[in-house]
Every structure is written in C-alpha cells, then in structure tokens.
Design a binder for this molecule. Sequence first.
Ligand SMILES: Cc1cc2nc3c(=O)[nH]c(=O)nc-3n(C[C@H](O)[C@H](O)[C@H](O)COP(=O)(O)OP(=O)(O)OC[C@H]3O[C@@H](n4cnc5c(N)ncnc54)[C@H](O)[C@@H]3O)c2cc1C
Length: 585
Amino acid sequence: MIKKFDVVIVGAGGAGLRAAVEIPANYSCAVISKVFPSRSHTGTAQGGVCAALSNMEEDNWENHAFDTVKGSDYLGDQDSIEVMCRDAIRAIIELEHMGMPFSRNDEGKIAQRNFGGHTKPADANDPYGKRIPVKRSCYSADRTGHVMLQTLFDNSIKNQVTFFSEYFVTELLMEDGVCKGVVAFDIATSEIHIFQAKAILFATGGNGRVFRITSNAHVGTGDGMALVYRAGLPLEDMEFYQFHPTGLWKLGILVSEAARGEGGILKNKDGERFMVRYAPTVMDLAPRDMVSRAIITEIREGRGIRGSDGTDYVLLDVSHLGKEVIDEKLPEITGFARTYLGVEPTKEPIPIQPTAHYAMGGIPTNVNCEVLMNENGDIVKGLYAAGECACVSVHGGNRLGTNSLLDLVVFGRRGGKAICEFLKTADFYELDKNAGSKTNEMIQNLFSSNGTEKVVEIRTELQNTMMEDCGVFRTEEGLQRMISKLKELRERYKNISIQDKSKVFNTDLVEALELENLLQNAEATVYGAFERKESRGAHTREDYPKRDDQNWMKHTFVYRKEDQDPEIKFKPVVVTRYQPMERKY
Ligand SMILES: Cc1cc2nc3c(=O)[nH]c(=O)nc-3n(C[C@H](O)[C@H](O)[C@H](O)COP(=O)(O)OP(=O)(O)OC[C@H]3O[C@@H](n4cnc5c(N)ncnc54)[C@H](O)[C@@H]3O)c2cc1C
C-alpha cells in the first residue's frame, strides 16, 4: 500500500515531535513511531534541559558554549555548538509558552539546577582559568522529559499531524543521492506500507541496547542509524558512546545526575568521597566520561563493594539532603531505588554502576539537519536527521548532561524549518516499481526460516561482549576480539528463526529486525574504536591513554561494505573560538 505525504518524520520522541510542530498544516505530515509517541525514550529523561537563563545566578551563552566544547573534549564542531547554545534561551521560553510545566524558583521564574560540566569562570577576568559549577539546567522535578514529550505531543496533535503508531520502519528508499520514502510494516498486522515523501526526517533516537547494562528503553536499538548505514550512507563518530556514571547496580536504570546536582556524593567502600582525587575543583559534578572512569578505576583497584552476585558497585549518597528535598526534587529516581533495590535513599546510600546511556555519534548532518552523504559535506536531497540518532556534532566526544533535550528542541525545530524551505520547490520522486520488495523478502524469510540460531542468544552475546570489550575502557586486543565476535554473530544471524509465525503483533519479528540493526550499530562503533588510536571523551584506549590533537582532531565516517570490513574516512573538526586545551576540572 502506498501512502503519500509531503513530509514523513520517523520517530515521535522530542526531536521528531518538535520538527512536526514546525510543519505548517498546509503540508501533509506523517509521524511514524514503533511505539505510541508518549512512550518514546524522551519521556524517561529526568534531570533537565539547559540554557543560560541566569534565573538563579549570572550566566551567559558563551559560558555554555565553552563548557560544551570542553566537555566534548574538543571534538564537537564549534559552529554547531554556538548555534545550539545561543538558541537555548529562546528554545526554553518557547517550551514554556507551549505549556511545559517547569519547576519554579522563589521568584516564580523557571528554576535551574547544577549538572556535571556546566560551569562559569571563578574570576571574570580569567574566563578560561578556574571554573566553578553554575545552575543552568531547567527542570520539572525529575520528570523533565516526560513533561516535555507530553507538551510536544499535544502541540503536534494541534498541528494536525497524522500519526502512524506501532509502525516499524525497515528501509530507506534512496537512489542516486535522493531520498524518496521509507518502507514500514504495521506491527499489529505485519502489513507492509510504502511511505512516499518529498522530505524525510529521521528522529529515531539512540542505540544503548547494544550494551548489557543500559539506561535505554528496549526500543533503543539504533534502527535509524542502521537504515541509513545500510542505504550506503556513512555514520559519524560512532566510537563515542557515553556511559552514565550512576545506573542502578545490576539493572542500569538511570539515577539522574540531578541527584549529584542537588548535592549527592559518590563514595567507595571506605566511605571516601573519591571524586576529590579525580576532579578536585568540581568533584562529583565532573563530566560523565571522567566520573565513569573514576568509578571503574575505584572498582578495579579494590575499593568497590562486592555484591551478592559477584559484581561490584560504588555508592551514591543523597541521604544528607533530607527527606523534604528528596521528595520534592528527586521523587522518581529515589522511588526506583526503593522499588528495584529495596534501598531507602533518605537513610542509606544507593548502589550504582556506570550504565550505557547516550550515542554521541550517529547520522552525520549539517546545522540545518540535512544528512551528509560523505565526509566532504555533500548532502542527500530530501533527507534530514535530528536528535540522538543524528551527529551535528554538538556533543563531540562526550555530551554534557541536559544538552540532549536541548539538542532535540533546537535541531528538531531547525530540521522542520529547513524542510519547509525545501518543500517550496520540492516534488515527489517516482518510486522504483520494486519498492518494498526488500522488506517483504526480509520478513518472508524470517517467517519461513527453520534456522537453529535464536535471536535472544545472539543479542545477549553481543551485549555481554560489547560491555567487556568496547565499554568504558578499550584496548587493541579487546577490540580485535570484538571484531571477530561480530563477524561470528553476523554469520549466525543468517541462520536465525522466529518461533511466533503469526501476523498479529509479532514481537519476535520486531526483535529479529532490531537485532540486525544492533549488529550494524555495533559494527560502526567497534571499527571506529579500533581505528581511533587515542583517548578522547568517552573513548578511552588503555593502549593510547593520551588525547592526540596532532592526529585526531577529526570525525570518523564509517561506511558499510557488504560482507567486508567497513571503510573508514575522516572529516576535520570545526574549530572557531576555542583552541584545544588540556581538559582539567
Ligand atoms: C533514562 C534517561 C534519562 C535521560 N535524561 C536526560 C536529561 O535529563 N536531560 C537530557 O538532556 N537528556 C537526557 N537523556 C537523553 C535524552 O533523553 C535522549 O537523548 C533523547 O530523549 C532522545 O530523543 P530523540 O527524540 O532523539 O529520540 P527518542 O525519544 O528515543 O525517540 C525515538 C523515536 O523513534 C521511534 N523509532 C525508532 N526506531 C523506529 C523504527 N524502526 N520505526 C519506527 N519508529 C522508530 C521510536 O518509536 C521513538 O518514537 C536521558 C536518556 C535516558 C535514557
């Protein structure tokens, strides 16, 4: 069945919905999502969304931009970072005007809290010298993403967007550098639909499910990135994957950085506040890559706590904040600790461990969200990407907390605007008469296969080995092992079968398709990590422990090659105001 829309947006998280709000009702706009829109991962974001509003103390967008560049370990493109940090203030006011219920300070203004890596100069005359934490993150208790997503959902309904919920996109229709549509199947019926469009925006979110311990929802399987990669387009900087320092031990469920922003403290088995040794100025509010490395180092050096299952953790203590502050500002996350670990955070510390959290890399775009087809910056006509699946790159080697929700609303809107401009002259491209046949074949093969391999086994092996060999610390040996493992898993994937052969809401089928996407995401990450012989941001090579600006101030572009190793090319980092400096906190 062919459906025609001026614009198709794949993904109903913050980025997709913010873009949808921007498309005027005189254009037809479809939003496709594999889950009901309000179940998108954006709805689980807890801590906040940042902008230098100066509601609590003096701040400005340049402080924010410098922090983002430094936090990115100088891999972020400074032109994009400037666009985002300048626009942040307008973006927050706009959300407020759309109806987003922010928490308030005593004056009735939007309240702001501390978050890791957000700072300002201790001495105004020495802007890049010693810096101290600044309250920059706007929030709604610890449910910021939930209220943001609901607000954007309401506004896109008002804007007469057509939703296709529980439709799974399987294929990007692209020929000769132009994008013509996507193929999806309706999960409820397994029926295949072709969506023909003048412009397509991918806002398909992250891929944390590549790893065993992750904060990401089950839907975080990097589908959009994989579809683009399969269509022959590159993925950028996929080796930069962020581990959030504080996931609930064993489960990975996130305990937002807001807990430390409000004064929570990390402790080792001796009760020592160990961050004093790793980041003496900002301590527990150091950026995530540094805190995650510090936690793993404590554990490796025997200062972690051994759990009943033989795995280790450290402690996050918020008990000194008092019941009132905890109940008002951190109700959700302390509730998780009670429910899932049986810990009472008002009285005792919470066991935590680093958890796979955020993809800094993704589908390469320029500042107008136009997808790049190569490292020279040429664009694919009619294809856009925004949000976590995209790489603009504002987060570079390491994202600062609360910069992602900001990225969604700034670049979601810019993508929407760019599409409107494009639609003034754009038309539909004729579809190939075989459009959709690849997806059909893929699904039929899965239904008819009697293969002996199981999806869950391959996925578990992938997640376990990625955690060990391509996690917080990496070595040549481990990555080499991971490359061989991926080859093996890809071979085994060819021999999978699904048990459920029904056409109605077949989650076996969905999981099989997601697994292929996970394998492709992992491939781009592992080969990028193998190639990059330095340590920068979240990418730590124990065999190359130093950042190497001489050779590596460049983005990785990984291209898929059928049944071969992927090809890797590079694009220089855009440096405008801030020359690389040593990154100390
Ligand atoms: C637990 C948690 C807490 C966080 N807290 C914060 C925070 O406080 N502040 C902050 O700035 N950031 C936070 N982040 C990061 C931030 O929330 C995410 O990066 C961001 O919400 C991603 O938004 P998105 O719009 O790109 O994608 P998502 O919200 O992940 O949405 C992806 C959409 O794509 C759709 N989709 C995917 N694949 C397909 C497919 N094949 N077919 C059809 N549809 C598809 C999904 O259905 C979904 O609608 C947090 C992340 C997590 C996991």
